[in-house]
Ligand binder design. Structure first.
Ligand SMILES: Nc1ncnc2c1ncn2[C@@H]1O[C@H](COP(=O)(O)OP(=O)(O)OP(=O)(O)O)[C@@H](O)[C@H]1O
Length: 354
């Protein structure tokens, strides 16, 4: 495999305050390849922001190495580090624009100290505003723009020095779903057009699903799961990852709805409620039919969803299996061997009685 563009090796960040000692990042190893859109998801406080601030040393790690193109930037002197930082753009949830300057001036500000001539700077600003679809807004002020447009200005500014890497720290968290989608589409377009490597920090798994090719899940300073988006969605190993994935389907809402249904609150002894998840070829197998044919176990489908992720179908079913207990057990074993993941469900966990 090619040399990763970004390598975090055994990174820990410890904040020592008077009152408490916080291990915000706990021995994280991460490789990000050039051209990746690498999602980092986790709940608030998981350590995502601290971890990505380590990538450009806005936050120096307490221990560990930060390699960009194979070089440990912790060893750089100040001028060399400044140069490296220019190649790492950053955008944030609250845009951080200067309200008293026009859109063009906000973008031009990032070119302060650049060797470009005045005319070249102007051309660059125009080109950047064109790239983010705001050419006609160059002389307006941030307060005249919508949230999505402000984020586009911030993106244009972050690209002023032709960065290799763009870190997006919850950049869509304050936006409505439609605007979020358009900003994510823009990031994806920039990734492809400029071969920009994007590190996407978010608590919204939906954003990862929309544009990332890789994902890492963080909890309490640690990366607890990582991989290609397809692998992680098809086969999550931890319940936290599963719950993030569930937020991107209607599964959670469906289970809550099912939990309210009287007839499902008291299943018969020979009935079992399960969630079946499968990906790729398995979806082509007539799973449900074979359960009946092979084991005499019938499956009543309460919910079904198939979606295509990176050209691979990923399916999810909620079914009630009914039949002789030993046969149901055999059928579950058969499903596992066919590559289907099984989760036994208890509606009480979703607000039902049993
Ligand atoms: N400068 C600091 N001093 C002390 N503690 C800090 C500092 N910065 C972050 N922390 C703590 O480190 C932990 C991780 O915070 P961090 O902001 O990295 O998490 P996060 O996953 O990005 O969450 P959020 O989305 O809320 O920012 C939290 O417990 C936070 O309170």
């Amino acid at each position: 495999m090619a040399q990763p563009l970004i390598q975090l090796k055994n990174i820990s960040v410890n904040f020592k305050n008077k009152e408490r000692d916080v291990l915000a990042v706990d021995d994280v190893n991460l490789d990000i390849q050039r051209g990746d859109i690498f999602g980092i998801v986790g709940y608030s406080g998981a350590g995502k922001s601290t971890l990505v601030r380590v990538i450009n040393l806005l936050q120096r790690p307490t221990s560990g190495e930060v390699l960009i193109n194979g070089e440990d930037i912790c060893q750089y002197d100040a001028p060399k580090l400044r140069k490296t930082r220019k190649k790492i753009g950053m955008i944030f949830q609250h845009f951080n624009l200067m309200m008293s300057r026009t859109i063009a001036q906000n973008v031009a500000y990032a070119l302060k100290g650049s060797p470009l001539s005045k005319q070249e700077k102007q051309d660059k600003v125009n080109e950047l505003l064109d790239l983010v679809g705001l050419a006609d807004k160059k002389d307006t002020y941030p307060r005249q723009l919508s949230g999505g447009q402000k984020q586009r200005v911030a993106i244009a500014r972050s690209l002023a020095n032709d960065p290799d890497i763009l870190i997006s720290d919850e950049a869509t968290s304050a936006l409505d779903p439609k605007t979020t989608e358009s900003i994510l589409n823009l990031l994806q377009e920039l990734n492809q057009k400029l071969n920009l490597t994007v590190v996407l920090i978010t608590h919204q798994m939906e954003a990862v699903k929309q544009i990332s090719n890789k994902v890492a899940v963080m909890e309490q300073g640690k990366v607890i799961e990582r991989g290609s988006v397809l692998d992680i969605f098809a086969n999550p190993k931890t319940s936290l990852t599963q719950s993030f994935i569930d937020t991107t389907t209607r599964l959670d809402a469906t289970l809550k709805g099912l939990a309210q249904q009287e007839n499902l609150q008291h299943l018969q002894d020979n009935e079992q409620l399960v969630q079946l998840s499968y990906s790729g070829e398995t979806t082509d197998e007539p799973i449900i039919v074979s359960l009946y044919q092979k084991f005499g176990v019938s499956a009543n489908i309460l919910y079904g969803n198939v979606e295509i992720l990176q050209r691979t179908p990923i399916g999810s079913l909620i079914v009630i299996l009914s039949g002789d207990a030993a046969k149901v057990a055999d059928s579950l074993e058969f499903l596992t061997q066919s590559g289907v993941r099984i989760k036994k469900l208890n509606l009480a966990d979703f607000g039902g009685e049993d």
